[in-house]
Design a protein around this ligand. Structure first.
Ligand SMILES: Cc1cc2nc3c(=O)[nH]c(=O)nc-3n(C[C@H](O)[C@H](O)[C@H](O)COP(=O)(O)OP(=O)(O)OC[C@H]3O[C@@H](n4cnc5c(N)ncnc54)[C@H](O)[C@@H]3O)c2cc1C
Length: 368
């Protein structure tokens, strides 16, 4: 296998990698994208698409509505017996990653990206990329492997938390949560629940590793979740997957301010915002589009990484602070009281953790 020098090589066909690839191809480059999975598959993700993410997808030529996305117009926050519901300050959607990522890969191929599914990067040495299909010489390398680290380029390990995802069927829950994302905070974690296409709901949660190990297994964790007032309705839901998807030690708060080795880091490889914000996909798309724009303009990887850092550091740090608050019962009580007492407080928080797409001015707590 060979690839001409100076052609951008993108590792990972998730949101960040495909966004970069599509924009690079549309700008006249000939990127090669390697995606290790051979076929569409489920991914651990809450599948909440923020307004920014939706706008970026449409700009890339992928309309989530045309792929069956469900409109999400309200957010419900639960903690213990308290519950606050409000309208979202932006139109949001919900679409499974199985469908969304496949649509983006198809779109990339359509605009001229050389998409190679079923090929994984194994390791790097100088300008040589060792893949499962052979070695490639690449001078411009965009790392968009998301939750999976490249050998030799690890991100710092995240906190001892485990993420789980399960699809559900429940007529009662589907009615109660029509067009609504519900986020439930509990001792040792939080869970997001929302409808997705096909009449199912996506339950995605994070739980402290120690709590999970003391419970022992998924059925025991499920029984624990059902005892939360905000999640009691799970009791009569059918679990659609044979077993949940799981991930551990996501490095929340990870930020990359510079590119020490000259590689362009995109998406979760560059910035990891706590999942409850529902903005990881927006950041991934923004990073991919920004990388393509700056690469086309002749910028260095370092300039790109600094620009992305400037856009992401405040939303990520604000979300980390909110997450720290939510971990403590007193913090949850104060936050729920504040959200209930100040109309629009939830909307303000949601706005403050958004990251703008390239071309837009950052909104909310924009970088100084
Ligand atoms: C529990 C949880 C819930 C979340 N919920 C939401 C949410 O509701 N809304 C939201 O916006 N964000 C959410 N996120 C965050 C979101 O999933 C990520 O931020 C987003 O997927 C990052 O996109 P990415 O393109 O960087 O990586 P990914 O989507 O992980 O894509 C990376 C791709 O690279 C491929 N790959 C990996 N290694 C290699 C390799 N060596 N060679 C070739 N290919 C490789 C993978 O197969 C994958 O397709 C959540 C995250 C978690 C953990």
């Amino acid at each position: 296998m060979s690839h001409p020098l100076k052609q951008p090589l993108i590792i990972g066909g998730g949101l960040a990698g495909t966004a970069a690839a599509i924009d690079l191809a549309r700008a006249g480059h000939a990127p090669l994208l390697l995606e290790r999975e051979t076929a569409p598959h489920d991914k651990i993700c809450g599948e909440f698409l923020s307004g920014e993410a939706v706008a970026a997808l449409v700009a890339l030529g992928v309309d989530p509505i045309a792929h069956g996305a469900v409109p999400i117009t309200r957010v419900q926050i639960n903690a213990g017996p308290r519950s606050v519901t409000t309208s979202l300050p932006f139109p949001a959607l919900s679409l499974t990653r199985r469908v969304l990522d496949d649509a983006l890969l198809d779109r990339a191929a359509m605009v001229g990206v050389a998409v190679q599914r079923g090929t994984a990067l194994r390791s790097l040495s100088a300008a040589t990329v060792h893949t499962t299909a052979g070695d490639i010489k690449a001078t411009t390398l965009l790392i968009a492997s998301g939750k999976h680290d490249i050998r030799g380029l690890p991100r710092p390990p995240g906190p001892d938390q485990i993420g789980f995802k399960m699809y559900l069927r429940s007529a009662r829950l589907s009615r109660a949560l029509a067009n609504t994302v519900a986020v439930t905070f509990f001792d040792g974690g939080y869970a997001g629940l929302q409808p997705v296409e096909g009449g199912r709901l996506n339950l995605c949660l994070l739980v402290d590793g120690a709590q999970y190990r003391s419970l022992g297994d998924w059925p025991a964790l499920w029984a624990r979740l059902v005892r939360e007032p905000g999640l009691a309705a799970l009791a009569d839901a059918e679990q659609v997957l044979a077993r949940p998807l799981a991930i551990s030690r996501v490095p929340y708060g990870h930020l990359v301010p510079i590119a020490p080795d000259g590689h362009w880091r995109l998406g979760d490889q560059a910035a990891v915002i706590p999942s409850f914000c529902g903005d990881g996909m927006g950041i991934a798309l923004t990073s991919g589009r920004l990388a393509a724009e700056m690469l086309s303009a002749g910028a260095t990887a370092n300039a790109y990484q600094r620009a992305l850092f400037a856009r992401t550091r405040r939303p990520v740090r604000l979300a980390m602070t909110a997450l720290g608050l939510a971990r403590h019962p007193a913090g949850r009580w104060a936050a729920m009281a504040g959200l209930g007492a100040v109309p629009g407080a939830l909307a303000l928080l949601a706005r403050a953790t958004r990251v703008a797409d390239p071309g837009q001015k950052p909104r909310g707590l924009a970088p100084a």
